[in-house]
Write a protein that binds this ligand. Structure first.
Ligand SMILES: Nc1ncnc2c1ncn2[C@@H]1O[C@H](COP(=O)(O)OP(=O)(O)OP(=O)(O)O)[C@@H](O)[C@H]1O
Length: 241
């Protein structure tokens, strides 16, 4: 970044984060800056700790050491129940739609985490995803993969988050629908001003939606930068299987 570039302030900042599953040390000394209003993609081969990092940000995993600042507040020791109302929404890996509940009930589950305890689904969700409105009474399990992904994103949005985390949103989605998901993420980021973190394996998709990249390898951050700086040498070293 040249000296003339203005530095965006960080909505989320991790410093020296370590995390373990029992004896297995998974995240090592992670520093992560997530600039407000930008889309950051987290990449890396299978099993390097990407999902664990997202779950740590959500408060689903305890820190061994280090700190997490969100919107200027230290949330390192705050419980998971606090983090959604504070403004962090998660679209989990595999989507985690409740198959026997209706679309409407799946969305209402997201509402319970709202700070203001609002009872109704914000109308912008149906503007973004008209198909959800048409299918409100249908069971989650009867939706197609692409529709379930829209439902999972809609459920994360009902809390009106400042930060939206999507863990492999294109996994198991038909290739022709992947572009739709890219468009949705772009809109959320640019029109709605949401700060976004995506975990993603598909490089063309990452290049399309993200401003910045971060690469993990065996639990450590090994590279980061503006998306155009992601070189073939880095791809070869850390991403190619
Ligand atoms: N609940 C758990 N208990 C114990 N070990 C776990 C648990 N979840 C993940 N791990 C281990 O932690 C490491 C990191 O896994 P994680 O799922 O975070 O990686 P990932 O980069 O998201 O992988 P993928 O791309 O396959 O989703 C792996 O070695 C995994 O086996």
């Amino acid at each position: 970044m040249g000296p003339e570039a203005t530095t965006a302030s960080n909505l989320l900042e991790l410093r020296g984060v370590n995390q373990s599953y029992g004896q297995s040390h998974t995240l090592w000394d992670i520093d992560l800056d997530v600039p407000e209003g930008q889309c950051t993609v987290v990449m890396g081969r299978n099993g390097v700790g990407k999902t664990t990092l997202m779950e740590t940000i959500m408060g689903m995993r305890n820190l061994d050491s280090g700190s997490i600042q969100f919107a200027g507040e230290d949330i390192s020791r705050k419980a998971i129940e606090y983090r959604a109302p504070a403004g962090i929404g998660l679209v989990p890996q595999g989507r985690q739609i409740f198959p026997l509940l209706s679309v409407e009930e799946n969305l209402q589950i997201g509402l319970s985490a709202r700070k203001d305890k609002a009872r109704s689904i914000p109308s912008f969700i149906y503007e973004l995803f008209p198909v959800l409105k048409e299918m409100l009474g249908r069971r989650g399990g009867d939706l197609s993969g692409g529709q379930q992904q829209q439902l999972a994103i809609g459920r994360a949005l009902v809390i009106d988050p400042k930060l939206l985390i999507l863990d492999e949103p294109t996994e198991g989605i038909q290739p022709n629908l992947v572009a739709d998901i890219a468009t949705i993420i772009r809109r959320l980021n640019q029109e709605f001003g949401l700060t976004v973190i995506i975990v993603e394996q598909k490089l063309p998709f990452a290049r399309k939606v993200a401003d910045r990249y971060v690469i993990l390898d065996r639990g450590r951050k090994v590279s980061e930068g503006a998306m155009p700086e992601l070189s073939d040498a880095i791809i070869q070293r850390y991403l190619t299987v």
